[in-house]
Design a protein around this ligand. Structure first.
Ligand code: BMA
Length: 330
């Protein structure tokens, strides 16, 4: 048995596991929940993040326009399923030099000390990790970029660890990075980041080939009594290009760069048509998770084929058991 640490969320979007389903994670039957043209000018809406907000939900959405310009937009929902996304991209206040962005994509949202912090891939002479915050999803404030280029998939922890802010990220290159490991960094003030630690890398050879090319953090890590539950993406290079699946690991609560368990089997992968067909085929890319500490329920939001947004469900017990039973590390 494992327990979620955190708040109850009785209105978490939910659907029971279909009878007979043996998967660690099951899909919402109404997927995709956000279509590619949910705002007038969008080509695709995917790899997006949500959070509980004022009794409902708010989110930051990656909307690529019909000019195929990547940007992030705010949105709201009563039930976490039906979303109203602003047709206008977010305009941050402040930011100084960091505000001179070239593009923005793959946002994460982290509730931390009463604010909603947003991290995203910020184009600044190549991809790096942008950081900003909002209190109401109306006014947005930008802070300094956290790292040097090139980096992607910056994901904050929802509380300080050892007295410092903490972030996972995946250092990369300027292109469609053919490598990628997960690192941990600390900051006293959300401006200066250091004390970098290696967390985990790809798995060479045949043992777990779906994660043999690169791995990168997904949603904000989920705190449980057994450790931080990390959902991440793992990538394999095939004759048809990269395939992105969802993996799971358990990190030490006090020293999260120590991996306690890591699943040899993926949790979710491109199998449904909307995950296999789209602008970039064969991509399931998790960026957010809602949790209900009351029931142990987890709702995972993930991008599908770089085109639409899907939702999947699990429970903390089911996920932690699966990771422990299929642990790659033993
Ligand atoms: C990564 C990012 C993601 C995307 C993925 C698959 O490098 O660009 O936004 O989902 O590739 O195309």
């Amino acid at each position: 048995m494992s327990k979620l640490i955190g708040a109850a969320l009785p209105n978490i979007p939910w659907q029971d596991c279909p009878p007979g389903c043996r998967e660690p994670v099951w899909r919402y039957s109404g997927n995709p929940i956000i279509q590619r043209d949910a705002i007038p000018t969008s080509n695709s809406i995917f790899n997006s993040a949500v959070a509980p907000f004022r009794g409902g939900f708010a989110g930051i959405f990656r909307c690529d326009s019909r000019a195929v310009e990547m940007n992030i937009h705010a949105g709201f929902s009563e039930d976490g399923l039906r979303w109203r996304i602003s047709p206008q991209a977010i305009r941050f206040q402040g930011g100084g030099e960091a505000a001179r962005y070239e593009y923005r994509y793959d946002p994460r949202v982290c509730r931390l000390e009463g604010r909603y912090y947003i991290t995203w891939c910020n184009g600044y002479h190549g991809p790096t990790i942008g950081l900003g915050y909002t209190e109401d999803f109306q006014a947005f404030h930008q802070l300094e970029n956290t790292f040097l280029p090139y980096n992607r998939n910056g994901v904050l922890f929802p509380r300080k660890i050892g007295g410092r802010y903490a972030m996972l990220s995946r250092p990369s290159d300027g292109g469609h990075t053919p490598f990628g490991d997960i690192f941990y960094s600390e900051s006293p003030d959300l401006t200066y980041w250091g004390r970098h630690r290696f967390v985990m890398g790809t798995v060479p050879g045949n043992a777990s080939a779906w994660q043999s090319l690169k791995v990168g953090p997904g949603p904000v890590p989920i705190e449980t009594d057994l450790g931080w539950l990390l959902l991440y993406h793992g990538v394999i290079n095939t004759c048809n290009g990269f395939v992105y699946r969802v993996g799971g690991a358990l990190l030490d609560r006090d020293e999260p760069w120590k991996v306690l368990a890591r699943s040899r089997f993926y949790l979710l992968g491109p199998q449904e048509p909307y995950e296999c067909v789209g602008d970039v085929p064969n991509v399931t890319f998790p960026c957010a998770a809602l949790t209900d500490a009351g029931t142990g329920r987890i709702a995972i939001y993930y991008g599908c084929a770089d085109t639409v947004t899907g939702l999947a469900f699990t429970t903390v017990d089911r996920l932690v058991n699966y990771i422990q039973e299929n642990n790659l590390l033993f």
